[in-house]
Design a protein around this ligand. Structure first.
Ligand SMILES: NC(=O)c1ccc[n+]([C@@H]2O[C@H](COP(=O)([O-])OP(=O)(O)OC[C@H]3O[C@@H](n4cnc5c(N)ncnc54)[C@H](O)[C@@H]3O)[C@@H](O)[C@H]2O)c1
Length: 274
């Protein structure tokens, strides 16, 4: 096997996001990284603010030897296949996947949740996670030297939350996907884990119609007061940073985590404990 390790990271194109921080953390650890993001507005929800394509490209141009930037909509089977083909063509092999693509659409009472909003959550965060993890598993199985797959679920993948029906359902699906893949792929030396972040200070919470805005409005208070209020539910009394999640992902990709698989690791400051 060659000296450098190669990771594919999805949902990596937005500065301040968990995917972006994960790319930076892996680069600091000497990894080569294939950074990807959707690269264009979502067909079903063109007004939702996804990562700007130029930010993703910048990751590649600023790190020409160690980053390949590839636009890939994780809901497109052909684009996901092409993503891994590009990774193998550029760096020779793939050792790890960190699945970060996600969104915050349809944050609404369940009686108002539209079928389109339900579908986009399941499409991107459950079906998309499956397509990318399946392709990683195919490539890693063929290579024959094991591998690491990590998908970002959520504390809402462990416990349901108001206004988050579709999001939570998609994140629960990620944990079933993770456990089943872990059992099948363990004998091949491929570990499969999920991370369940708590409230992490990223653009997801702030995009138009994002989580803060919705929760604050439903409580009849300002976003600032809402942010203060949620700290009471976090034993460590702070919000998480994207770097907190990037560190956990780097750990699950490291040799130190070689006996951990099928895990759904809470990184929530104690807000979620099961
Ligand atoms: N921020 C939090 O509090 C929090 C908590 C728990 C879980 N998460 C999860 O962490 C992951 C990263 O979220 P984040 O907080 O960094 O948000 P973010 O919105 O900054 O990053 C998500 C990225 O996914 C990309 N994306 C959206 N649809 C895509 C598609 N179809 N194909 C490829 N990429 C697509 C977006 O363009 C964006 O760059 C998500 O899965 C999210 O659900 C976040």
């Amino acid at each position: 096997m060659s000296a450098h390790k190669v990771a594919v990271v999805t949902g990596a194109g937005r500065p301040g996001s968990i995917g972006w921080a994960t790319v930076q953390r892996l680069l600091a650890g000497g990894w080569k990284v294939v950074a990807s993001d959707v690269g264009r507005p979502l067909e079903s929800h063109p007004d939702y603010e996804v990562a700007a394509p130029e930010d993703l490209l910048r990751l590649g141009t600023e790190n020409p030897d160690s980053v390949l930037a590839v636009a890939c909509d994780v809901t497109s089977e052909s684009e996901v296949v092409a993503l891994f083909a590009a990774a193998v063509e550029r760096f020779g092999h793939v050792d790890a996947l960190v699945n970060c693509a996600g969104l915050g659409i349809g944050l609404t009472p369940v009686v108002d949740l539209t079928l389109d909003d339900w579908r986009v959550n399941l499409d991107v965060m459950a079906t998309g996670a499956f397509l990318v993890a399946r392709e990683a598993a195919r490539v890693m199985s063929a290579q024959g030297h094991g591998g690491r797959i990590v998908t970002i679920s959520s504390q809402a993948g462990k416990t349901g939350m108001p206004l988050l029906t579709a999001y939570s359902a998609a994140k629960f699906a990620v944990i079933g996907l993770t456990q089943s893949m872990a059992m099948e792929l363990g004998p091949l030396g491929i570990t499969v884990n999920a991370i369940c972040p708590g409230t992490i200070e990223t653009p997801l919470l702030h995009v138009k119609g994002g989580l803060y805005e919705k929760y604050a409005a439903s409580a009849g208070i300002s976003v600032e007061d809402y942010q203060k209020r949620i700290l009471k539910f976090i034993p460590l009394r702070r919000l998480g940073s994207p770097e907190d999640i990037a560190e956990s992902a780097a750990f699950l990709l490291s040799d130190a985590a070689s006996f951990i698989t099928g895990e759904a690791l809470n990184v929530t400051g104690g807000q979620e404990m099961h």
